[in-house]
Every structure is written in structure tokens, then in C-alpha cells.
Design a protein around this ligand. Structure first.
Ligand code: NDP
Length: 466
């Protein structure tokens, strides 16, 4: 928390307001490291907007923005195949509904706790605002680990989870989606149980199957969007992705479709990872190898290590928790696409990337860079696409799924992709122009935070003290 991203010319009254709110957030949420990190990163960039709009301070907009409208926490009991009872913890953070129903994914991962979900929900509010669609922000999940569980165990867990969650969600209240550990299989089980309990077939979840209300391109959207965003950033320097060497972290949903779209743009992807290790394939991951990875991860649910056993051009580097850096970011690349998890790029990783000539970072994962790493990228004038802008394509396409559900129609693949592409261009332009307008040209962290914030803050002002 030592690093500040405050602009050098920040207005003293706005700085004082931000610091007083940050002090309160720290004392009210002790130990919530990720939440405090996300709040600090955002609030410190809002000073130019707060200086221009004293009405936000008068109406305590920041104090309200950092306090979830509602937090639901519940017991999730379920039975393993061998008959043993397990108990997990379920959560839903309904953060802000100023511009639309709560919207945001569900994460199933053993690391899930209140701090991580509050950070994700907080980010989601501003991200959803940037998409141009009417969606508030929320996030939820469980410390359940789907890895190594049978389909029947995952189903029983999802049914138990939804047996409580169904009371709190609805097509016009709160619309969850997938995130880490929650893909098409889990959304199916969750939707089935919701429908049974609520006796309603409506768009209460996004990421649904294609023949029961899902949208084409939703699985691809976050990865595709992250690459469209990178392309827009490069265009500002009259450059393109063609021929660029790219490192992508993770090998899940976001990573897979980031690689696919990078191949469309003529880039060369040389790295992927999972929580056990990294593969480095200097020959490049071509379409044939990518199809193999999709089957490995989505079908056989295997480990990325097997890639290096199958393709001899690749080297496997096992993860080592004792290291103070991530070996993936030591691989020389023109562009980095962190698509695994939060804080996967620390200051040391960022310095190595910059030293090795990395020119662009487009964040597919949420908050993958620490505050120190972000600062280093900005200082080095790396084209840096912060998560809430660069990965907003997923939730934007969820918004398009909701629109199709409410109109009872399905758009074609081309139509959804075209809308997604236009939304990513609009998000980039909005962040770029807002950064310029508020005196921080080229700084998309400022631009995205301020642009996302203004819309939510103004809606909160309009709606009174609620
Ligand atoms: P998946 O579960 O499909 O994939 C996650 C990938 O990241 C896996 O390869 C996983 O490896 C790896 N990973 C997860 N946790 C860790 C960890 N602690 N250390 C190292 N590797 C890890 O999730 P998604 O692809 O959906 O999500 C990835 C990121 O993108 C998350 O930050 C998510 O919040 C963000 N995001 C996702 C969106 C979506 O539409 N799905 C939308 C916007 C953002 P392993 O299998 O070994 O766990």
C-alpha cells in the first residue's frame, strides 16, 4: 500500500477528501488487502474529477461508493460422491445499482473471501459503467474448489449454492455470470436450480448455453475484447499487433480467446500458464495447438504441463512459490496479456517486462498488476490497458445477452462480435479522451476510472440519498 498514484498537480482539497475517505475505509475494513488496494488505486485517480465537481464531496459520493449496498453471506452444505458432508461459504456482494441491476460474475476458487469479492465488485461498478450499457455492479462466489471434483459433485454444490442465492437475484435485480472456476457447466447447473426454485425461465444468469438463452460470442468476449482494446491502444502510436510476440498468462476462458484473437491479428503467442506452471513455446502457439489446449482445459480438465509433453518445441517451467517473481514475465515479449488472476505482476515482474522491451500490457484478468507494477508501466510509457477497460468486453456481451433475452431474440455471431468490437473502441476512446480532458494524456488508468466514476456519481446524485 506504500505507493501512491496521485497526480503531481492534484488539487489539495480533493486530495484531502480522498485521503480522509481512504483512512475510513482502512479502519472499517481491516485486513481486506485486495479491497483496500482496489479502492486506493481508484480513489487516488479521481482527484481531478472531484476538484471539478465539489457536489460529489458534499453528497458523500465516495463514502457511498465504497460501501456495498448489500452483502449476502451464506452456508453451502453439499455431499461428496463418497458420502462425506462438506461445508463451503457462499457470497454475493451487491455493490451499486445506480445505473442498472447488479451485474458481475461468480468465482469458485479456494482463495475466495470477502476482501477479494469486494474488490471485484467495486471494480465491476466502474467497469460496467464504461460499457455504455445500463448495468450496476456486483460479484459473488464461494471458496469451493471445482478442481478434481466429479460433474455430480459440482452439480450438487451448484444446487446448494443456488438454493440460497435464488432469493437475492432476478433479471431486473441482480444478474450473475461466470468468473474463475465458473464456466458453461456451472452456469447450467446454477440456472437449472434457479428455474426449479423460482418457477421462472428468464435471464437471471448470463453465459447460458446457446439453446437455452445464451448469446453467441459470450464465451469469447472477454478475450476478444482484450485484444480489440490492445489494437486500439497500438493505433494511437500508429502500430499494430501483426508480428508482435505476445505472452499470455493463464489458460482458462479469458486466455484461450485472447490467444485466438491474437492469431487473427497475426501476432505470435509464445506463453501460457496455470497455477502449477508456465509453458514457453518459442515457435508460437498456432491454431492447431490452441485447439489442443481448449480440449485439454475444457474437455479433459488437465494441466498445462501436458502441453510441453505433447509439443516438443515448448519448455515447461513449474511454479515455485518461493520465488519473488513470476517466471512467465521473464519471457521476452512485445506485448503482455495477464489473463489469470489478481496481483500476478509485481514490481519485479513489471521491471523485467519493461527491461525486455515490452511495449503493451492489456489486462484480461482483474487487477493483475500491483499498484507498484502499474506505476512502473505508466512511468515507462508502456501502453497500459487497465482491467476495468480492457476486460470489459465480457460483461458488455453479458449485457447484450440480457438485451436479447428481454427481446426474446438471438443475434448472429457477426452481429454480437460487431457490437462487442464497437463497444471496446468506445471504451478506449472514452478513457483516452477523459484522460486528456483531466490533464493526464495517455494515462488510461485515470481516464477509465474517471469516465466510469462520473456516470455512476451523477446517477447517484440524481437519485438522492439512498
Ligand atoms: P478460468 O477459471 O477459466 O481460468 C483461470 C486461469 O487462471 C486458469 O488457467 C487458472 O489456473 C489460472 N489461475 C487462477 N488462479 C490462479 C492463481 N492464484 N495463480 C496462478 N494461476 C491462476 O477463469 P477466467 O478465464 O474466466 O478468469 C481469469 C481472469 O479474468 C480472472 O481475473 C477473472 O476475474 C477475469 N475476468 C473474467 C471474465 C470472464 O468473462 N470469464 C470477465 C472479466 C474478467 P488453474 O486452472 O491452475 O487454477
Amino acid at each position: 500500500m506504500g505507493v501512491s498514484t496521485l497526480p503531481p498537480t492534484a488539487n489539495p482539497r480533493a486530495v484531502e477528501y480522498v485521503e480522509s475517505v481512504l483512512d475510513k475505509v482502512r479502519s472499517k475494513n481491516p485486513g481486506e488487502v485486495e479491497f483496500l488496494q482496489a479502492v486506493q488505486e481508484v480513489l487516488e485517480t479521481l482527484t481531478p474529477a472531484l476538484a471539478a465537481h465539489p457536489e460529489y464531496q458534499k453528497n458523500k459520493i465516495l463514502e457511498r461508493l465504497v460501501e456495498p449496498e448489500r452483502v449476502v453471506m451464506f452456508r453451502v452444505p453439499w455431499v461428496e460422491d463418497r458420502g462425506e458432508v462438506q461445508v463451503n461459504r457462499g457470497f454475493r456482494i451487491e455493490m451499486n445499482s445506480a445505473i442498472g441491476p447488479y451485474k458481475g460474475g461468480l468465482r469458485f476458487h479456494p482463495s475466495v473471501n470477502l476482501s477479494i469479492l469486494k474488490f471485484l465488485a467495486f471494480e465491476q461498478v466502474l467497469k460496467n459503467s464504461l460499457t455504455t450499457l445500463p448495468m450496476g455492479g456486483g460479484k459473488g462466489g464461494s471458496d469451493f474448489d471445482p478442481k478434481g471434483k466429479s460433474d455430480a459433485e459440482v452439480m450438487r454444490f451448484c444446487q446448494s449454492f443456488m438454493s440460497e442465492l435464488f432469493r437475492h437475484i432476478g433479471a431486473e435485480t441482480d444478474v450473475p455470470a461466470g468468473d474463475i472456476g465458473v464456466g458453461g457447466r456451472e452456469i447450467g447447473f446454477l440456472f437449472g436450480q434457479y428455474k426449479k426454485l423460482a418457477n421462472r425461465f428468464h435471464g437471471v444468469l448470463t453465459g447460458k448455453g446457446m439453446n437455452w438463452g445464451g448469446s453467441l460470442i459470450r464465451p469469447e468476449a472477454t478475450g476478444y475484447g482484450c485484444v480489440y482494446f490492445a489494437d486500439e491502444m497500438l493505433k494511437t502510436r500508429k502500430d499494430s499487433l501483426a508480428g508482435k510476440v505476445c505472452a499470455v498468462s493463464g489458460s482458462g476462458n479469458v486466455s484461450q480467446y485472447t490467444v485466438e484473437k491474437l492469431l487473427d491479428y497475426g501476432a505470435k503467442v509464445v506463453a501460457l500458464s496455470d497455477s502449477n506452471g508456465v509453458i514457453h513455446d518459442p515457435e508460437g502457439i498456432n491454431r492447431e495447438k490452441l485447439i489442443w489446449v481448449l480440449d485439454l482445459k475444457n474437455g479433459r480438465r488437465g494441466r498445462i504441463k501436458e502441453y510441453a509433453e505433447k509439443f516438443r518445441t515448448a519448455k515447461y517451467i513449474p511454479a515455485d512459490p518461493k520465488l519473488d517473481y513470476n517466471p512467465l514475465w521473464t519471457i521476452k515479449a512485445d506485448c503482455a496479456f495477464p489473463c489469470a488472476t489478481q496481483n500476478e505482476i509485481n514490481a519485479k515482474d513489471a521491471a523485467t517486462l519493461v527491461m525486455n522491451g515490452c511495449k503493451l500490457v492489456s489486462e484480461g484478468a482483474n487487477m493483475p498488476s500491483t499498484l507498484e507494477a502499474t506505476k512502473l508501466f505508466l512511468e515507462a510509457k508502456v501502453l497500459y490497458g487497465p482491467a476495468k477497460a480492457a476486460n470489459a468486453g465480457g460483461v458488455a456481451t453479458s449485457g447484450l445477452e440480457m438485451a436479447q433475452n428481454s427481446m426474446h431474440l438471438n443475434w448472429t455471431r457477426e452481429e454480437v462480435d460487431d457490437r462487442l468490437h464497437k463497444i471496446m473502441i468506445a471504451i478506449h476512446n472514452n478513457a483516452y479522451e477523459t484522460a486528456e480532458r483531466y490533464g493526464m494524456p495517455g494515462n488510461l488508468v485515470f481516464g477509465a476510472n474517471i469516465a466510469g466514476f462520473l456516470k455512476v456519481a451523477d446517477a447517484m446524485l440524481d437519485q438522492g440519498v439512498v
